[in-house]
Design a protein around this ligand. Structure first.
Ligand code: DGJ
Length: 698
């Protein structure tokens, strides 16, 4: 059983290799005691230190490593998880231990903390994901009586082993340039990463990796985690003056308030945390296992797709799309996706969003003729939508100008000529549910790409005001509305595969990837930029979620083979103008697509080893994907531009069975130990790439 009580006041959650322990201290506060390698005996886990303050400036609570600190209760100045205002004006919350429960069946430890004076409860749920060494934290805040306004309600605070010399790895970016890996010492004070944009965002990502400055891909201790949330979020990485490092994560408290009346609860999104004793690589493989298991279709092979965007932009119509479909089918494509431009009035980005019926000029007989054609060619059919948006130039907006996020007496700022529908409103959700259900019922659609092409401004309810509660609830209510709408559609149309996209990678997170099976991670399809981006993405997300298209970006200078090899290290797609490909390019594409289909069980479901990092300034990178039993693998090696002459690339494989024998295409046969401990040398020219198969041969 992964969860046990060490004593009446101490508990431990154990996974395959790790343990996470908590206890009540001498003042009855729930504090963190251990997060690291699993220890042999329950009594090995430490007990909380004696509680004491420091001078008249820091109460004992300031030095505790509380699991779920609330603002209040003495001289405490570190980041809290919870901040509450009660109806009588009191803003001091005293959470004390109420109850603990172990639910063996669901591997859950449930701890209830409460403020008995005001009847407020923090119901904390800890779930041990044994096989992948990850602890899930979540739960809810409940108001038993009276009224309380939540001003902050994070999901978790994670405490690192004592010390103030950690290094934080995280991801920043912007549109067209997502997932830039940053690795920096964590300084004293609080480092904040957040989104105030209504989406997870291109700019920061709610994922973290902490080490003591010495971990690498294969070795060293790494504590890591990610928040499963797609709206405004906040991460506070704090190093205190008392040698304590902790990280708090949850829904952003910026412009946030949530009113609770008697009997109401506020759900905390899940936050996942894990410990790896074997570097960043193991941390990533653990996250992959967790996130993959939560996908709607964890194991279904992802189809090779064609997407019309970079070829047609808004100029889609029946005949041109039929032609692309024919060419795509000849190459071996399995899923034809028509992107933006197909719906009423959509000639450019300034009209049509909101009116989800086919444009009568472009598709006079609806989508059926194209869909039938695609299906007769043996492919599935996919369609692009952007349900949350409306152009002022649309029937929907003309009928319901009040349905968008806005404040009365303020301009409505458009971006890409569009406004955001207020998904916090039940009537808006119902309308979208009806419109999209009709679209899916009336057309044989197998795949939906759900896009979201702007960030929020003027996040207000309009003249009507909120139906109840504080007006600032809108941020969270919007995200809840999005989950409700998308989840409802997914339940109604279980055969549909969903893709998340927000102008590229603006909304990829562990919550989105319970609704969508795959993600569009950037509009930047230049393979030389994709390499580091895909490398960063693989820190958190599995390769069967990473959609990557071969486009015309980089052509003709970057060889088609390199462009394919980059996209083959994920879910392969084609977004290039294939009418311009000559016969030899088509033959190459056909061969590589066939090879991809053969290898995809390994590529999409295998274990990922980043042998050589693709992060700048690297000019050569390598990625190995091994099947579960380490019997077979696929090795991708890429060289971008490096001034000649350069030395051959030295590669050491990972994850093999030392005593087994393996053959690596063109490089010979050796034991697993030899492949892992002696260099295999490979010479590559600028912009050359290799895809090598590894096979166990004994
Ligand atoms: C942004 C997406 O990232 C692109 O792939 C494409 O779907 C466009 N939107 C369409 O407007």
């Amino acid at each position: 059983m992964p969860i046990h009580a060490i004593s009446e006041t101490a508990w431990v959650l154990e996974t395959k290799n790790t343990a996470y322990a908590l206890a009540l201290n001498d003042q009855g506060a729930l504090v963190h005691t251990y997060w690291g390698a699993r220890l042999p005996h329950p009594s090995d886990y430490p007990m909380p230190p004696r509680s004491e303050g420091y001078a008249s400036f820091n109460g004992p609570g300031h030095l505790w490593r509380e699991e779920y600190p609330a603002y209040g209760g003495g001289l405490k100045y570190t980041e809290p998880c919870l901040k509450v205002s009660f109806a009588d004006g009191v803003r001091d919350c005293w959470l004390s231990f109420a109850q603990v429960e172990v639910d063996a069946q669901s591997c859950k430890l449930i701890v209830r903390l409460h403020d008995p004076t005001y009847g407020l409860e923090a119901h904390l749920e800890y779930t041990a994901h044994e096989a992948c060494d990850i602890i899930e934290r979540g739960g809810f805040i409940r108001c038993d009586r009276g009224q309380a306004t939540l001003e902050r309600a994070f999901s978790a605070q994670w405490h690192l082993p004592y010390g103030d010399a950690y290094r934080l790895t995280h991801f920043t970016g912007r549109w067209n340039d997502e997932f830039i890996l940053r690795r920096e010492p964590l300084a004293h004070g609080v480092k904040v990463l957040e989104s105030r944009r209504l989406t997870t965002s291109h700019h920061h990502h709610p994922s973290f990796f902490l080490d003591r400055g010495t971990a690498d891909e294969d070795q060293g201790e790494v504590w890591f985690g990610t928040l499963a949330y797609s709206g405004n979020w906040k991460l506070c990485a704090e190093v205190t003056d008392f040698g304590s490092t902790r990280l708090s994560l949850g829904i952003n408290d910026w412009d946030f308030a949530w009113e609770l009346s008697a009997g109401q609860t506020f759900r905390l999104p899940s936050c996942f945390g894990g410990y790896s004793a074997a570097g960043f690589g193991q941390a990533s493989r653990n996250l992959h296992e967790l996130i993959r298991a939560r996908l709607p279709n964890p194991n279904a092979p992802r189809k090779v797709l064609f997407n019309s965007w970079e070829v047609s932009y808004f100029a889609v119509d029946v005949e041109s799309q039929k032609h692309y479909a024919e060419l795509a089918a000849e190459l071996g494509v399995e899923l034809f996706v028509m992107d933006d431009g197909w719906f009423k009035g959509r000639l450019y980005d300034n009209a049509g969003l909101g009116d989800w019926t086919p444009d009568p000029q472009k598709f006079p007989d609806g989508l059926k003729p194209l869909i039938d054609h695609v299906k007769n060619l043996g492919m599935d059919f996919g369609l692009w939508v952007e349900p949350e948006m409306v152009n002022p130039d649309s029937d929907l907006y003309r009928q319901h100008p009040d349905w968008v996020l806005h404040f009365p007496n303020r301009p409505r700022t458009t971006a890409r000529n569009q406004l955001i529908l207020n998904l916090a409103r039940a009537d808006v959700r119902q309308h979208l549910m009806d419109a999209l259900s009709r679209l899916l019922r009336e057309n044989a659609i197998d795949f939906i790409k759900w896009d979201m092409n702007r960030n929020a401004s003027e996040v207000g309810w309009g003249a009507d005001g909120p139906p109840q509660g504080d007006a600032r609830q809108i941020w969270v209510a919007y995200t809840d509305g999005l989950y409700e709408l998308w989840g409802g559609l997914a339940r109604q149309f279980p055969h549909v595969t969903w893709q998340t996209c927000s102008g590229g990678g603006g909304r990829v997170d562990a919550a989105m990837l319970t609704l969508a099976d795959q993600a569009w991670i950037s509009d930047n399809t230049d393979p030389t930029r994709r390499l580091p981006m895909q490398d960063s993405y693989s820190y958190v997300f599995p390769l069967n979620t990473l959609e990557s298209w071969v486009t015309d970006m980089g052509a003709p200078y970057l060889p088609l083979t390199l462009r394919f090899h980059v996209s083959m290290a994920g879910v392969l797609g084609i977004g290039a103008n294939i009418t311009r490909w000559n016969d030899s390019q088509k033959a190459l594409a056909k061969r590589l697509i066939a090879q991809y289909k053969q290898l995809r069980p390994i590529i999409q479901r295998g274990k990922v080893y980043r042998l050589l990092s693709a992060q700048p300034p690297a000019t050569t990178s390598a990625l190995l994907v091994l099947d579960d039993r380490a019997d077979e693998g696929v090795l991708f090696v890429y060289r971008t531009y490096a001034p000649s002459p350069t030395l051959p690339t030295a590669l050491r494989l990972r994850g093999l069975i030392p005593e087994a024998r393996y053959r690596l295409d063109g490089l010979g046969e050796k034991s697993g130990a030899a492949w892992m401990h002696s260099d295999a040398l490979l010479s590559l020219d600028n912009f050359e790439s290799r895809l090598l198969r590894l096979k166990r041969i004994d």
